[in-house]
Design a protein around this ligand. Structure first.
Ligand code: NAP
Length: 302
């Protein structure tokens, strides 16, 4: 049996739906809102829910719960690792952060969790997820009104670009790895993905100029890209509604892009996906034109 945590979230929900569509696997949803009937209650902040919730689980898809200060995230993921060990979970699949994010502040809890899981009695697969395509899409949508008026898209990217990936692609890989692991265990063996770390970087890298081009296409007027300093970006984020730790992480991401460290060197995504990766650049223009993503947070700092 497979259990997916965080199923009310974007990634967990997609993974759950994908696994439900696979014929020969049994999947149960885990969520903080679980009633114990339609879904199990899984709250990393409440270890008692994990002792009960992980019972009988062979394959645990552990969706990171990163929206908090680092010490809280470490406690959450540590509790999940302890409970998985105590419950006799055989295989843990953890959604981590890709190598292009190595120097970002958001990397710390992910790398800590990878180390912590490696010490467990279960097999582990690390899915090192690239930055979501929602990040440049959100920036483009947020900047669309101003770009329409001024002809300028301003962002703290410098000349850097960031490799991004569609969340649906990441979910498709998680579904494949979880389903194959469950089948391998049911056949009496170990998962073929045991001990593997997959870099799921997006094959497309997006910079400020690319976003300006997408805005040009969507808005029907010439839009040029203009760099913003980190100092000005920090000032702009004050009073934006982001929590202090989110400001730290967001500025760290921008600094990494400016430093030219956010482009992927390699990816395992293409080899693990059943189809071609979903395009990102075209999706930016489409989202702006459709007014999509307006209600979504642009916060990349989970
Ligand atoms: N690669 C990237 O670009 C990127 C960007 C942002 C975030 N992330 C990370 O990727 C994760 C998944 O992304 P997403 O888009 O699905 O985020 P999301 O839509 O915000 O979903 C995160 C889910 O985590 C679960 N969660 C939160 N606190 C929890 C707790 N104490 N115990 C157990 N589960 C908890 C919640 O699900 P339930 O309410 O169902 O329990 C929540 O809906 C995020 O949590 C974050 O760590 C990655």
């Amino acid at each position: 049996m497979i259990l997916v945590t965080g199923v009310s979230g974007g990634l967990g929900g997609l993974v759950l739906d994908g696994l439900k569509a696979v014929d020969d696997v049994e999947v149960v949803p885990g969520t903080r809102q679980g009633d114990g009937v339609t879904a199990r209650r899984i709250d990393f902040d409440d270890p008692a829910s994990l002792a009960e919730g992980f019972k009988g689980v062979d394959v645990l898809v552990l969706i990171s719960a990163g929206y908090a200060e680092d010490d809280i995230v470490l406690a959450r993921h540590g509790a999940a690792a302890d409970a998985a060990a105590a419950a006799g979970v055989k295989h843990v699949i953890y959604t981590s952060l890709a190598a292009s994010g190595e120097r970002m502040t958001i990397a710390l809890p992910h790398r800590w969790t990878e180390d912590r899981l490696a010490k467990g009695p279960f097999d582990v697969t690390i899915l090192r997820n690239g930055l979501y395509a929602e990040v440049p899409v959100g920036l483009a949508v947020a900047g669309a009104a101003s770009a329409a008026e001024t002809g300028v898209f301003a962002a703290p990217f410098g000349d850097g670009r960031i490799s991004v990936v569609a969340k649906e692609d990441l979910a498709d890989v998680a579904v494949r790895v979880a389903a194959e692991s469950d089948r391998d265990l049911a056949a009496g063996g170990r998962s073929r993905h045991a001990g593997k770390t997959y870099e799921l970087e997006g094959p497309e890298a997006i910079g400020g100029k690319a976003i300006a081009e997408a805005l040009t296409e969507a808005l029907g007027r010439e839009v040029e890209y203009r760099d913003v300093s980190i100092t000005d970006a920090r000032e702009g984020l004050q009073g934006s509604g982001l929590l202090p730790y989110q400001v730290t992480h967001t500025l760290s991401i921008f600094a990494n892009i400016k430093a030219g460290w956010s482009e992927a060197a390699r990816t395992d995504l293409v080899a693990l996906l059943p189809t071609e990766p979903r395009p990102v650049q075209g999706g930016i223009a489409a989202a702006v034109a459709a007014g999509g993503y307006r209600s979504q947070s642009v916060n990349p700092a989970g």
